[in-house]
Design a protein around this ligand. Structure first.
Ligand SMILES: Cc1ncc(COP(=O)(O)O)c(C=O)c1O
Length: 406
């Protein structure tokens, strides 16, 4: 019998696991910004250059032959630099041989960790609102996300809600501090409460600390792995992207006890083989920058935050002042705007407002509800980021002034 030939892919078979999630709203908003010529305050990428000595180190690395695969979990020299920084800044002792895995950004470290430490049907606790990749990561791994809400207006969690989220199917809790999208920096007491439950329920804390150096008003960054009883039960994830303004370099890492690291490394190897070789070399230069670099970077971010918060004050949009990272969730429910003209069937109000700010005011923002599981939460807020030059933020502030006149 001749096999049935069908050269036309009329009804492609799509994996069921991809059905629950859509394209990233943040990238969609960035596209809308490009299309409308808006100032892009949606995607969290800097529009300024990385430190020159780090750029030079990358160029020199490419010219001097660092252009092939490295060891899957990173060069020893880079892992040593990460371990030294981890001991110094995070108070987490780490052996570069057994505890450190270099990955393609924090995103891959997170995916590799979830795949390495869960089985389909397990539960993973996610603090809500969350950074957009966590839920699709869980869905791709076949695990069930369970949410713990940070309540508006100050984005604190209720200890009882936190306890209720843990059960005997829970394998991981994902914690992001400083937090995207709210700017919260979790206190030592917040993290200790999470740590106590992790120990009681035999759960591992996976922390996304990508904004660990971006802090304001004396807030301190605490790594949960540095707390009593948490060293063996935490995976500490961070990366170069935000601290050194190199989000396109795709370099991150995960620090964990050897029995966890072994599995994370195995998954990582089959996902991506290794992180970009020349940027691992440049990463050593980045991690070697003096303390003055971090002090200056914080001062610059504080000045950028002031420009944006002043603009929100002038526009009449309340917000919770960010303690870290470079985002703010701003409330637009007090404004009158051309709701009817920008609403579409099936859109939440914040989606329509984001369309309005991009098309009408020329400022691209992210709808607040895209950081929540349900549409109604966050639906009166939008997220704006201030990882931009002061001139860019000044222009955004000028455009947002129109809201004040509504
Ligand atoms: C909380 C958080 N985690 C991870 C990422 C992505 O990290 P990377 O670019 O290193 O993959 C971002 C980017 O905005 C983020 O905000």
């Amino acid at each position: 019998m001749t096999p049935h030939r069908n050269s036309k892919l009329t009804r492609p078979r799509i994996a069921v696991r991809t059905a629950p999630f859509q394209e990233s709203v943040i990238r969609e908003m960035t596209r809308l910004g490009d299309e409308t010529g808006a100032v892009n305050l949606s995607q969290g990428l800097p529009d300024f250059d990385p430190p020159p000595e780090v750029l030079e180190a990358a160029v020199a690395a490419i010219r001097s032959g660092h252009n092939q695969y490295t060891f899957p979990f990173g060069t020893l020299a880079f892992r040593e630099a990460i371990a030294a920084k981890s001991a110094r800044y995070n108070h987490i002792p780490a052996n570069p041989e057994t505890d450190v895995s270099v990955t393609c950004g924090v995103s891959e470290a997170m995916m590799a960790t979830i795949l390495a430490l869960t089985d389909p049907g397990d539960e993973v606790i996610i603090v809500e609102p969350w950074y957009e990749s966590y839920v699709p990561d869980c869905q791709m791994a076949g695990v069930r996300p369970r949410f713990v809400l940070l309540s508006e207006p100050d984005y604190a969690f209720d200890p009882d809600d936190l306890r209720k989220a843990f059960n005997d199917r829970t394998r991981l809790i994902l914690v992001n501090t400083p937090h995207n999208p709210t700017g919260r920096v979790f206190s030592r007491a917040d993290l200790a409460a999470i740590g106590t439950l992790c120990q009681e329920f035999d759960v591992i804390a996976v922390t996304d600390e990508i904004y660990e150096h971006i802090l304001y008003d004396g807030h301190e960054h605490v790594s949960i792995a540095s707390l009593d009883g948490m060293h063996e039960r935490a995976v500490t994830i961070s990366g170069l992207g935000k601290t050194y303004a190199v989000t396109g370099w795709r370099v991150g890492w995960a620090i964990a006890a050897p029995q966890l690291t072994n599995v994370i490394r195995k998954v990582h190897d089959y996902l991506t083989i290794c992180a970009p070789a020349p940027f691992q070399v440049a990463g050593i230069a980045a991690l070697g920058l003096p303390d003055s670099y971090y002090a200056e970077m914080r001062a610059q971010y504080a000045a950028r935050r002031t420009i944006l918060l002043d603009a929100l004050d002038a526009a009449g949009m309340p917000y919770c002042k960010p303690e870290g990272a470079y985002y703010v969730m701003a409330d637009f429910r007090h404004l009158e705007w051309e709701q009817r003209a920008f609403s579409r069937p099936g859109w939440t109000l914040d989606r329509a407002f984001a369309e309005y700010t991009a098309r009408e005011l020329g400022v691209a923002v992210v709808p607040g509800s895209s950081f929540y599981a349900g549409d109604y939460q966050g639906a009166s807020r939008v997220r704006l980021n201030f990882a931009k030059q002061e001139s860019t933020l000044g222009e955004a502030a000028r455009r947002l002034q129109r809201l004040a006149r509504l």
